[in-house]
Design a protein around this ligand. Structure first.
Ligand code: C5P
Length: 310
């Protein structure tokens, strides 16, 4: 996470992530699922501006870089959330934890699509934890921040570090791995999003219908090895997301995107997280721009030409 300070104003860049591997290892007694996932940050970012003040209140102004978003979209709902927004909850948690009486003015500029499998909300929340600690001059240890992150959501801990990581547990146990910067990727976000909880619930129903809760687990090792050697073709072949089949039952966009990316001749393609964003790894920036134009022309949604960050 990138942080910059101008006087008492803190500016943070909160990146989106992609999952190159996501396996569900089982169901836990707390209702969550045990995961193993390889995540990489990309250069599609929200920006968070935080300024401390003495009023004791937290004000959030949420703006969207893309002004063409339709009413009723997940983005429009997010703008109405106010204090329920994960950013406000992160600030309140820090305030409570540290016994701070100060308030803050927060401006969030959203570029990462909402409810889209890119963890924009989680990244914003991680940025909010770091910004609040800085603005209110609280000396949290990295362990303190990880504990607070886990209270707010499964993906947040990933964004407290930089770079690629294998995440396990609910997603909150983060093991950094050497990644690849500058992978040229096209991310397409279709008009319909999915709630993470709905996709996991669909997976449970799917397993129950089959009369078994276990499935064969795809190993992450082949992909990690391909990433370590930087072999694009092998990376493309090893991509895996256990949630893709069930998300495809909830949203027809997944199959359409899979089909279009396969036809476009990308190195590899996959749904990210619990969807519905879908990405393709390309041979380079030109290849990526061409594919993005094609996806938009076919009405598949918003397309972003991005790069992985190391
Ligand atoms: O923790 P987070 O808010 O991201 O999770 C959203 C929902 O996704 C949870 O309430 C849960 O239903 C589901 N989930 C899960 N197992 C995980 C992560 C999320 O079942 N490891």
């Amino acid at each position: 996470m990138h942080i910059r300070r101008r006087d008492d104003l803190f500016e943070l860049w909160a990146p989106a992530k992609l999952n190159l591997h996501l396996e569900v290892l089982g169901r836990r007694s707390d209702g969550f699922h045990e995961l193993e996932t390889l995540m990489c940050p990309i250069n599609l970012c929200d920006t968070l501006y935080v300024q401390s003040h003495s009023s004791g209140r937290i004000w959030l102004d949420c703006q969207f870089a893309d002004r063409r978003l339709p009413n009723g979209s997940p983005e429009a709902r997010l703008a109405d959330e106010g204090a329920d927004n994960l950013v406000c909850r992160a600030l309140e948690l820090v305030r409570h934890e540290a016994g701070v009486k100060l308030g803050a003015t927060v401006r969030l500029v959203k570029r990462i699509p909402v409810a889209a499998g890119l963890a924009g909300g989680s990244s914003d929340a991680a940025a909010a934890l770091v910004a609040a600690a800085a603005a209110w001059k609280i000396d949290f240890t990295p362990q303190d921040l990880l504990r607070l992150a886990a209270q707010l959501g499964s993906d947040i801990a990933f964004f407290l570090q930089t770079g690629w990581a294998v995440c396990r547990g609910r997603g909150e146990i983060v093991q950094p791995v050497a990644g690849l910067g500058n992978l040229a990727v096209v991310v397409v976000t279709p008009p319909q999003g999915l709630a993470t909880a709905d996709v996991f619930a669909a997976l449970r129903r799917h397993d129950e219908q089959r009369g078994r809760t276990d499935h064969e687990h795809r190993s992450i090792d082949g992909l990690l090895d391909a990433v370590q050697t930087g072999h694009l073709g092998r990376i493309g072949q090893a991509l895996h997301n256990r949630l893709q089949t069930v998300a495809g039952r909830l949203s027809p966009w997944i199959a359409r995107l899979a089909d279009e990316f396969a036809r476009a001749g990308v190195v590899g393609h996959l749904m990210s997280g619990s969807g519905t964003s879908y990405f393709g790894i390309c041979r380079g920036a030109r290849h990526a721009r061409g594919i993005a134009r094609r996806m938009v022309a076919r009405g598949l949604g918003r397309a972003f030409v991005v790069r992985s960050r190391q």
